[in-house]
Ligand binder design. Structure first.
Ligand SMILES: C[S@@+](CC[C@H](N)C(=O)[O-])C[C@H]1O[C@@H](n2cnc3c(N)ncnc32)[C@H](O)[C@@H]1O
Length: 347
């Protein structure tokens, strides 16, 4: 993200003297493609905090020097790489987000974002004209690699906030059982169960996701607490007997009717006194924050296009909850711009 402007640039941008479309449609798009290519083509695999000459980096990645130099210059402009007399090296930001072994890396997120952009523009026009996705959902188009990128991207995203999220959830007294609807990797459930001894979770998701949850459960030695349940939350009822139901990053993938059904099913799957927790990008949470508005707006368009969903306001979530029989809802904002957790007590 371009974020560091000189004082003069800030003034010229603020007063629309510098044409914003040059940045919005030119620099942003071009830099995005360069970032994706640097991961896709493995150039970042060979960078480290020690400077290396361009020729060595290009040769190790099996790329041309000319192409590598231009990509690295884009990464420099974005602040991931710095160029010095000895060559190119990761900055702190590059090491944190792009290094292969970084625990906070977002390489799969970048690859997945890049993957879903293929054919995006032409199809997007169709969606915008029709006001809805015209056929299927993004999930229907995923092959094995697509599922891997999707699932690993979700793992990376959950690492950025799982401890924060779990710290914000007030569980019903004596809660023992969790159903994590569309829980994918299960990382939120794992953190929740580790924080509350005696709690166990079932992660309900589609079959291709199972191997990624198994991997996370193995890595975190959580097999005694967290299990995978193969299922489709669109079909039939949800498994019952739960004190807690999680629907994290699920409601944005559903239209209004889909959410009404989901909330009804979640209500039916909860024990008396149980709570449904929703985590999502919640429209209107950010006040005057441009970053929150950007997040909830681009996600809404993206989700309409990918899945027939969008982002919802806290009031809309509250009405899904009340219509389904919940007592109401209360929201806590997360650090991520536009993100919030909403608790819906069953009563
Ligand atoms: C955006 S991801 C969110 C994953 C996880 N809850 C998180 O917040 O990181 C949505 C998940 O819902 C799953 N999913 C989508 N439709 C589903 C369905 N009909 N039944 C079960 N799982 C579904 C996807 O496979 C995916 O793992």
């Amino acid at each position: 993200m371009l974020h560091r402007f000189s004082f003069l640039e800030q003034m010229l941008l603020r007063f629309d003297v510098l044409p914003h479309p040059f940045v919005d449609a030119g620099a942003s798009m071009g830099l995005t493609h360069a970032l994706a290519a640097s991961v896709r083509l493995g150039l970042v695999d060979h960078l480290s905090s020690e400077p290396q000459p361009l020729a060595r980096l290009a040769q190790r990645a099996g790329l041309s020097e000319q192409g590598s130099e231009l990509v690295l210059d884009c990464l420099d402009a974005l602040g991931y790489v710095r160029q010095g007399p000895q060559g190119y090296a990761f900055t702190t930001r590059g090491t944190k987000f792009l290094a292969p072994d970084s625990p906070e890396g977002l390489r799969y997120f970048i690859l997945f974002s890049d993957w879903i952009q293929r054919g995006y523009v032409e199809d997007l026009d169709r969606t915008i004209r029709a006001g809805r996705r015209t056929q299927g959902t993004m999930l229907d188009t995923l092959d094995e690699r697509g599922w891997e990128l999707f699932s690993r991207a979700m793992i990376e995203i959950s690492r950025t906030n799982r401890e924060e999220v779990v710290g914000l959830l007030t569980l019903p007294k004596g809660a023992k059982t969790v159903l994590d609807v569309g829980g994918s990797h299960g990382q939120y459930s794992i953190s929740l169960c580790k924080k509350h001894p005696g709690l166990s979770a079932r992660v309900l998701d589609l079959p291709p996701v199972r191997r990624y949850m198994d991997e996370c459960v193995r890595r975190e030695e959580a097999a005694a607490m967290v299990q995978f349940v193969e299922g489709d939350f669109d079909r039939g009822e949800l498994p019952g007997g739960n004190d807690v139901v999680l629907a994290f990053n699920i409601i944005h993938g559903l239209d209004v009717e889909g959410n009404r059904r989901l909330f009804r099913k979640a209500h039916g799957a909860l024990n008396p006194g149980g709570t449904l927790f929703v985590l999502d990008q919640i429209k209107g949470t950010g006040g005057s924050s441009q970053l929150s508005k950007a997040t909830t707006s681009f996600m809404a368009l993206n989700l309409l296009h990918q899945a027939g969903g969008r982002t919802y306001t806290a009031a809309e979530v509250d009405s899904f909850a009340r219509e389904a029989g919940f007592k109401g809802s209360s929201m806590k904002k997360l650090r991520g711009p536009g993100f919030a957790v909403i608790a819906c007590p069953r009563g």
